[in-house]
Design a binder for this molecule. Structure first.
Ligand code: ARG
Length: 466
């Protein structure tokens, strides 16, 4: 970058050396904002002309050239000059190189402080919307699987111990509920950040007669921001999005943990497709769940980026400080990572098949029907605490007699513990009967899970369309 192309050379007689200049430059990170920067500059320039701040005919020429630059960048005729300080300098310098003095008019009434806040928000508005589509695609893929395996019995776990029989459809639906909250969190953040900072200048607004309302509307925002100082100091939207990403990534990480367990020989519930597994360089027999492990591992950087943003912000005085430049690298990394992970996870789960027989067989030992035995006695009028104790004693009886489920006992044996037991108890103790008995909203019964799936499908459809 030539000295005259640096936007602020007037003030300082001496310049940073090359290494120091590169240290404070941000082009490597903010070059992805180029189309957003051009879009903001076009709307700003048109407003300057409407307000009589720059000549109308100059604005026409500027707009045509900005459009040309945008097109040349898209088709590869022009590339971003990485020796520029930042993307704002690049666009203004390129315009001035082509148009001379006209290019020098576009920065009236704005500063790079409101400009970068604008570009960042514009960029996030479309990239986060795309990310929401990724989340929706994963939700749909998981709901397809949930439907396919809606009646596939498997143990539900607490403390990683078999707890109560559920279905794979129910388990996958639980994951989708978490993703649905992620989706709504991103949408909430998009709503809150939908205010346009342009026209806030360096921190205090402008003495020029800018039309901030019109600028905001023309850039697709709900309204202009209220206070100029807040507009250039605020990075809440970056923190919120980083938090939204960290929560979503943490969900993916937990799903991956389930997958890794299920794919182990010990569980044997899930057969990862060979395309979504890797081998070992030494052990010829290995088929490893590397993709799931790596999605889990990437959670480290996504949570780290959130902590980085908080740390950057916590000590900086109002309004703008250069520390804020560090915001984009952290957030872009989080959003890039989660976008990759959502796609990888979807590919992996779509290609997976589950072993119904293994999952159902795993429901048998572990006495996961014990709660249902207690519920049977409650239905016959016994207080739950007493019923719980009786069922626990029966489990102990089974263990002492080497039996693997309550259904292996005879009616006479059960009646030694409670005379309320009758022959109908046995049909109620199979894993399928236990699963289907839980008809409460949120429960495991087939029709109830089908209802949950339908509700989630409707939410995927309606989120973001309001
Ligand atoms: N590259 C800067 C950033 O990302 C742009 C704003 C620069 N403003 C300034 N006063 N130096 O934050």
């Amino acid at each position: 970058m030539k000295e005259k192309e640096i936007l602020w050379t007037g003030r300082t007689a001496e310049k940073p050396n090359e290494k120091a200049f590169a240290f404070q430059a941000s082009i490597r990170i903010d070059k992805r904002l180029v189309q957003d920067d051009i879009r903001g500059t076009r709307v700003h320039t048109a407003m300057l002309a409407r307000q009589g701040i720059i000549p109308q005919d100059t604005a026409v020429v500027l707009d045509a050239e900005l459009l040309r630059i945008a097109e040349e960048l898209s088709n590869g005729e022009l590339t971003v000059d990485e020796s520029a300080e930042d993307i704002h300098s690049f666009v203004e310098t390129e315009l001035t190189r082509r148009l001379g003095d006209a290019g020098r008019m576009v920065h009236a009434g704005r500063s790079r402080n409101d400009q970068v806040a604008l570009d960042f928000k514009l960029h996030l508005k479309h990239t986060v919307t795309e990310l929401c589509e990724e989340i929706k695609a994963l939700m749909s893929a998981l709901l397809d699987k949930a439907e396919e395996y809606v009646d596939a019995l498997m143990p539900g776990y607490t403390h990683l111990q078999k707890a109560q029989p559920v279905t794979l459809g129910f388990h996958l639906t639980a994951w989708v509920c978490a993703l649905e909250r992620d989706l709504s969190r991103f949408h909430d953040t998009l709503f809150r950040m939908d205010e346009c900072p342009l026209g806030s200048g360096a921190l205090a607004g402008s003495g020029l007669p800018l039309d901030r309302e019109k600028t905001a509307v023309n850039l697709g925002f709900r309204a202009p921001t209220l206070n100029a100082m807040d507009s250039v100091a605020d990075r809440d939207f970056a923190v919120e999005l980083a938090a939204d990403a960290a929560i979503c990534q943490t969900h993916l990480s937990r799903f991956c943990e389930d997958i890794i367990l299920w794919a182990s020989a010990e569980f044997g519930f899930l057969n990862l497709s060979e395309r979504w597994s890797t081998g070992s360089s030494i052990m010829p027999q290995k088929k490893n769940p590397d993709f799931a492990e790596l999605v889990r591992g990437k959670t480290g950087r996504v949570v780290g980026n959130l902590v980085a943003l908080f740390t950057i912000l916590k000590g900086i005085p109002y309004a703008y400080d250069k520390d804020l430049q560090e915001d984009k690298e952290a957030l872009f990394d989080s959003l890039d990572t989660i976008s990759d992970c959502l796609q990888i996870f979807r590919g992996m789960i779509t290609a997976s098949s589950f072993n119904r027989e293994r999952m159902e067989a795993a429901c048998i030992d572990g006495f996961s029907e014990a709660t249902d035995a207690a519920d049977y006695l409650v239905r016959k009028g016994l207080p739950f605490r007493n019923a719980h104790e009786i069922a626990a004693h029966i489990v102990r009886d089974c263990i002492n007699d080497g039996q693997s489920c309550i259904g292996e006992r005879t009616l006479e044996e059960l009646r030694t513990r409670s005379l309320l037991f009758e022959a109908d108890i046995f049909a109620m103790l199979t894993p399928r009967a236990c699963m289907n008995a839980r008809r409460t909203p949120g429960g495991t019964a087939l029709d109830e899970v089908r209802r949950q799936i339908a509700v989630l499908r409707e939410r995927i459809h309606s989120t973001g369309t309001a």
